[in-house]
Ligand binder design. Sequence first.
Ligand SMILES: CSC[C@H]1O[C@H](OP(=O)(O)O)[C@H](O)[C@@H]1O
Length: 355
Amino acid sequence: MRSIIWEKGKLKLIDQTRLPLHVEYIECCDFHAVAEAIKNMKVRGAPAIGAAAAYGMVLGALAFEGNEKGAFRAHMNRVAEVLKQTRPTAVNLFWAVNRMLRKIEELSGREVPEIKQRLLEEAHAIYQEDLEMNRRIGQLGNQVVPPKAGILTHCNAGALATAGYGTALGVVRAAHEAGKEIHVWADETRPLLQGARLTVWELMQDNIPVTLITDSMAGYVMRQKKIDLVIVGADRIAANGDVANKIGTYGLAVLAKEHGIPFYVAAPFSTVDLALDSGNEIPIEERDCEEVRCIYGQRVVPEEVEVYNPAFDVTPHHLITAIITDRGIARPPYRETLAQLAQYDQDDNSGRKEK
Ligand SMILES: CSC[C@H]1O[C@H](OP(=O)(O)O)[C@H](O)[C@@H]1O
């Protein structure tokens, strides 16, 4: 399935808040609609948020009337700020919007109509590159998956969270396609149940064996030796290898360490933020308390109970076995190996475009 479709000058998104019971697309005709879809998690997942925001920039550009370049740039800076204010943790959002702003600067000598067309091409490139990166992540990640493995996942880092194929689930798909005997144990992932609603749905569509567990069962299934490796996605990776990911990831990493189970993170290199020295600097989104009080809009707790709802946590690098990226697998010491992979893109002669 495709979570993001550009069609006839509009952006179509699967409404992920309605899955799996309803497969519905929403149509975004302007950048405000894209911002609302990101904020309300109708589209979610770090790479998917980035791609959606890039197309949001295109919608903003197409709405600009006239050809005065200074006014166009001022307008696009306002569009960028609206999109950047939607969610603070996934660096892919800021990476994608800034890449679109750089493209506008690169084209400062061109006329506005041409800039608009080139922005659409750049958004398509971001989307297509993400798809290619995920397949590369899958290929590389397959190396760490034994011929027969129980794999624990958390949240959804699949096709729905990206331009397609997935990051953590990209590794799962590649192992399955390679004929390995894998069984996925999917954490439901409270409070919004991305694991129960999205990961399970994706894997069942691909006939990949999956068992749903509650988040609190993870330690017990590890103790029962059902798990051979844990693999999760990421929303932001600091220079020292600390990883921000869906709330509950840190606890999984501690449990994996206790049980001697390898713990992998899979992400495109655009998720690495070398400007941040450690995970202490990663902004953690806190979301509406009603997300914890209700399930599918049905309140399940006493009204007005105090709630704390951080959407992410930070897993310290010493709990992470390896970080699987499209540029290679980084292992400790991450500060050095991530910096080497950053250089890889400058040296890469495979014809891939510079970011
Ligand atoms: C492929 S990155 C997916 C990443 O994003 C999710 O967060 P959210 O559902 O709030 O957008 C989660 O952290 C996943 O690991």
